[in-house]
Every structure is written in C-alpha cells, then in structure tokens.
Design a protein around this ligand. Structure first.
Ligand code: ADQ
Length: 459
C-alpha cells in the first residue's frame, strides 16, 4: 500500500477527538499507511525572511507531522490576504467583500513554492499525495515543476464559483490552469463540478476525454464530486456520552416551556447568520403563537476577527439580536440567545438533540457539516426538523430537510413555522431517509472513494 501524504494549511493531532471528524478520518488513513501530514505550524515569525520557514517534525503515533513556520509578511499575504480576502469571499460569491490587493498573490505563490520545496525531500517514490483546500491550489504545479511524479489529488472544501464570478479574480486563469497539475480534483457537489466544467470549456477550450476527465491548458484532469460526510458512528457515540446527555438534560429542563431553534456556526459572512435572525423576527411577527415560546439559540464562534468584514458582521448581528429581544422579549422570555463563543465539541450533540429545529441557512457553503451533525444527534422516535439553505452543498443530498432560500425572509419564516408544526410521523419519515443517506455517505466513504479514484486516475 502506498504511503499517504496529506497536505493542508493547518494540521490537527489525529489522536485527539477534539480534532473533529475530518482530522480523525484522515488520521485513520494516515495511521494505516504510516503516513505524513504536512502544513503550516501556526507559528508566525516576526521579522523572518519571506519564502523561508523552519521545518518541524514530530510523531503522533504512526503518523509524522511536519510543519513549517511562516514569517509575518508571508502569513499576511498568503493567509489573510490571498486565501481569506480573495479566494474565500469570491468562491462564496461575495465579490463585494473581496480585496484584490495586488501584493497578495506574490505571497500566495511564495508560500506554495516554499511548501513544495520543504515537502519534496520528505517524499518517497510511491507516495500518494492528497492536498486540501483553497490555500494550496498551486501546490501540485509547484511540486511538478520541481520534478515530483507521484500521484497528487486535490479536494476543495469550499464551493467552486460559476465561471463569470471566478473570472473576477485577476489570476483566475492561472488558478484554474494550476488545477490541471493534479491527477484528481474532488469537489463537494455536482453543482461545483458543473461550474468547473463550464469554466474550462469556456476559457480553456476543454475537451471531454470521458465522463470524468477533461483535457485543457495542455493537461488532463479527472474531476468528480465527493460530498464530504461526518463520522456517523462516532457522532452517535458522542450523542450518548455523559457530556452530551448532561447538556441535553440541562437544556430540556431550562427550556421546558419553550421550543428551541438552534444555529451553530463559525461567525462567517457566508453562513447567513443575520438572515436567520431576520427570518426568526418575521416568524414572531407573522405567527404570534410562537411568542413567549420559540427561542433561538445561536452559537457563533469567533473566526478571523482581524479581518474588517468580520468585525462588521459581529456588529450587525449584535444589533439585530438586541432589537428582537428589545421588541419581543418579556421579563421571563428572551427570544434570541446569541453566544459569541465556541462550545466544546462533546456538548454539540446534546444541544442539537434539545432543539426542535436546526437552522442551517448559509448564503453559500461548500457542504456544511453542522446540518449533518444536527440530523445524527436527533432522537429517532421524536426527531427535530432540519431547515437547510438550498445554497449549502449539503442540500444536494439532504432533500428531506426543509430547503429554504435565506434571502427570502418571509419564505424562511414560513418554513420555520412548518418545521415547528410538523406532525411526528412526517418528522420520523424524513429523519429516517436523511439518516440512511448520511450513513451510506459518511466520512469514511468520502475518504475511501476519493483515495480509490486517485489511485486509479488516468490508468
Ligand atoms: P466550515 O466552514 O468550518 O468548513 P462546517 O462544515 O459547518 O463549516 O464545519 C464546522 C465544524 O465546526 C462542525 O463540526 C461544527 O460542529 C463545528 N462548529 C462550528 N461552529 C461551532 C461552534 N460555535 N462551537 C463548536 N463547534 C462549532 C469548511 C467548509 C464547509 C465544509 C467543511 C468540510 O466551509 O462547507 O462542510 O469545510 O469540508
């Protein structure tokens, strides 16, 4: 069996459950093959030399973790700059929030080149490489330029935008051409695959070699959707573990007279959090029977606080929540509880299980794992209802959720009301179908199908 080498911007110790399902799933494959995980150490060195960074290696069981430091200039242009102020907003269709500062691209290229240079001597001839996410799009091209012949796959965790939106990035052609240095490009959904295909047909005069392979920009690449799943068994175990049960019971007792609606996200503008509060306000307005009862709990963890768009979002959200509480609240009922914090992973299933409605309403999302976690945490005998944005990648799979358009405040309020009123038999039937699909396409299925496709790509 080939050794697996995973490359991602950040690493997690796969032995620690707090690392989350993805790290554990990748860790499992890395463990089986005595693999290598490579990425940024998380250290930022003040005054260091651009394009240079110290390499650190350590063992985590059978897995070698190799990480590189970044100097301040590289960190600011590669990570904050090109990755999170150009690629993240544009790939989420937010051209209005993109900052096309011309200096960022040099840092992005420099760090990808440095990663390639540091990684190359660590590689063995029959390794198989799996690169993750938008920070590292040109990594394979850099490795190939240095003579790397191993199979390399890429998985994009965020959406692939439609061609005309992609074209707003000054370096769009270079980015897309870079993807042709991979043997396999994995995307989250069929919609993403169709955006990719349309782009290369229009801009790269692509020819279809077969159903999954495209020839363009002087290369051939296999492109497929691999919707990422969660570790259903592990999340079920977590749901029945003492911390989650305690959280569930506390919530149930504390809110015994209320119906709970829950949102858990990183506080990111792609997640549609203010839109959710507006729809909740509309619910209280249009369906007054929910007053003094429906309570929206929103847990939004801090993320990239030093980027302006995030500070604006926080302010907007605080204003909206305050206004709903001020206008509708009673002495003994606060309609919205907004908590700007991360909750411990082991408590997440308990929160999900206590909520009659799970609100997952991103404006755009590659997949959205919270939607899947909410479903798995439910009591099959009395499950809650998932209200899911049609713009989340997960909507392609989770058809039995109530699919909503987060821009349509009234429509979303109506769907939340439908969820709150849904009869038990319908909730059970929908939940069963959703669970069957989540089990079939869990994170292990995702990892295995990607790696099988990579192993056989181009044969
Ligand atoms: P994210 O944008 O981070 O991931 P998501 O898929 O929702 O989004 O995963 C978030 C994870 O963090 C979930 O496991 C969730 O439980 C946890 N989490 C989020 N907020 C939390 C909070 N406040 N407290 C505790 N835990 C919290 C990117 C893409 C997604 C894609 C994933 C995986 O943006 O579209 O689904 O990668 O590919």
């Amino acid at each position: 069996m080939s050794r697996l080498v995973v490359i991602s911007n950040r690493l997690a110790d796969p032995r620690k459950p707090a690392a989350g399902g993805l790290a554990v799933a990748l860790g499992e494959a890395l463990n089986q093959t005595g693999g290598l995980w490579f990425g940024w150490s998380g250290n930022v060195v003040e005054g260091g030399t651009p394009g240079e960074g110290e390499l650190h290696t350590r063992q985590a069981g059978a897995v070698t973790l190799a990480t590189v430091d970044l100097c301040r200039e590289d960190h600011d242009s590669y990570y904050h700059g090109y990755s999170n102020s150009v690629l993240w907003p544009v790939f989420h269709y937010r051209l209005d929030l993109a900052d096309f500062n011309a200096s960022y691209i040099a840092g992005y290229r420099r760090v990808n080149q440095m990663f390639a240079r540091k990684l190359l001597p660590l590689l063995r001839e029959d390794d198989i490489l799996w690169v993750h996410d938008y920070h590292l799009i040109p990594l394979a091209a850099e490795l190939r330029a240095m003579g790397c012949k191993q199979r390399i796959g890429f998985f994009l965790h965020i959406p692939m935008p439609p061609p005309l939106i992609m074209a707003a990035i000054p370096q769009h052609e270079w980015l897309m051409r870079s993807l042709f240095a991979y043997d396999l490009v994995g995307l989250q959904s069929e919609a993403d695959v169709s955006h990719f295909t349309r782009y290369v047909r229009n801009e790269g005069s692509a020819e279809e070699v077969d159903a999954q392979r495209l020839r363009a920009f002087g290369g051939t690449v296999q492109v497929q959707a691999f919707p990422i799943g969660i570790d259903v068994d592990e999340f079920t175990r977590l749901t029945h573990a003492p911390d989650a049960v305690e959280t569930y019971e506390n919530m149930r007792d504390e809110y015994s007279r209320r119906r709970l609606l829950l949102g858990i996200d990183r506080l990111d503008y792609s997640k549609g959090i203010p839109h959710r509060v507006r729809a909740f306000r509309e619910l209280l307005d249009r369906y007054p029977e929910n007053r003094d009862s429906a309570t929206l709990i929103m847990i939004a963890s801090p993320t990239r606080d030093d980027v302006n768009a995030y500070a604006d979002l926080r302010q907007e959200l605080e204003g909206l929540c305050g206004a709903v509480n001020g206008d509708y609240g009673e002495l003994d009922w606060m309609p919205v509880r907004y908590i700007h914090r991360m909750v411990a992973r082991k408590r997440v299933p308990g929160l999900c299980r206590a909520a009659a409605v799970g609100l997952v309403t991103p404006l755009r999302d590659g997949m959205n794992l919270v939607a899947k976690e909410y479903v798995v945490a439910q009591d099959p005998d009395d499950p809650g209802v998932l209200v899911l944005s049609r713009f989340a990648g997960a909507a392609e799979q989770l058809k039995e959720a109530l699919l909503v358009n987060p821009y349509d405040t009234q429509g979303m309020a109506d769907s939340i009301q439908q969820a709150l009123q849904m009869p038990l038999a319908e909730r059970q039937a929908r939940h069963q179908k959703l669970m069957a699909r989540l089990r079939e396409h869990d994170v292990h299925w995702w990892r295995k199908s990607f790696l099988n496709a990579l192993q056989t790509a181009d044969d």
